[in-house]
Ligand binder design. Structure first.
Ligand SMILES: CC(C)(COP(=O)(O)OP(=O)(O)OC[C@H]1O[C@@H](n2cnc3c(N)ncnc32)[C@H](O)[C@@H]1OP(=O)(O)O)[C@@H](O)C(=O)NCCC(=O)NCCS
Length: 90
């Protein structure tokens, strides 16, 4: 997802994530939504976490960028109330 710089900080990114989650919740059988964010992208990571996404791992050196590599943080959000109760407690 991308919001042009001049429109950032206005709540558009949050609306887009909320709309995607609302769409997922409206579809029968969808239990979770997953995404990745480049490690160090603080604004995107803060947005996703504030929308209910939780980290479940980091993929090291996930993508080659220029002469180096970036890692990807993997996050998930449950969109089915039954999912949390099905998770193991330990
Ligand atoms: C990440 C991005 C989509 C956010 O869009 P946005 O419209 O500016 O976001 P919003 O105004 O809806 O902000 C929602 C939340 O994001 C977080 N956030 C947004 N900008 C932030 C910043 N500069 N620093 C820290 N957190 C930030 C905050 O948690 C914010 O909630 P708050 O306003 O209650 O504090 C936008 O910065 C962007 O397009 N970045 C470049 C592309 C990119 O990195 N995409 C993500 C790829 S995984």
């Amino acid at each position: 997802m991308y919001v042009p710089p001049r429109f950032r900080g206005l709540g558009l990114g949050r609306q887009l994530v909320a709309a995607a989650l609302e769409f997922a919740r409206s579809r029968a059988g969808i239990k979770i939504v997953q995404l990745t964010v480049t490690r160090g992208n603080a604004s995107a990571e803060a947005l996703y976490r504030s929308c209910g996404f939780v980290e479940f791992g980091v993929e090291p050196l996930a993508a080659a960028v220029g002469s180096g590599y970036v890692s990807k943080v993997h996050l998930w959000c449950d969109v089915d109330p039954a999912v949390k109760s099905a998770l193991p407690t330990s």
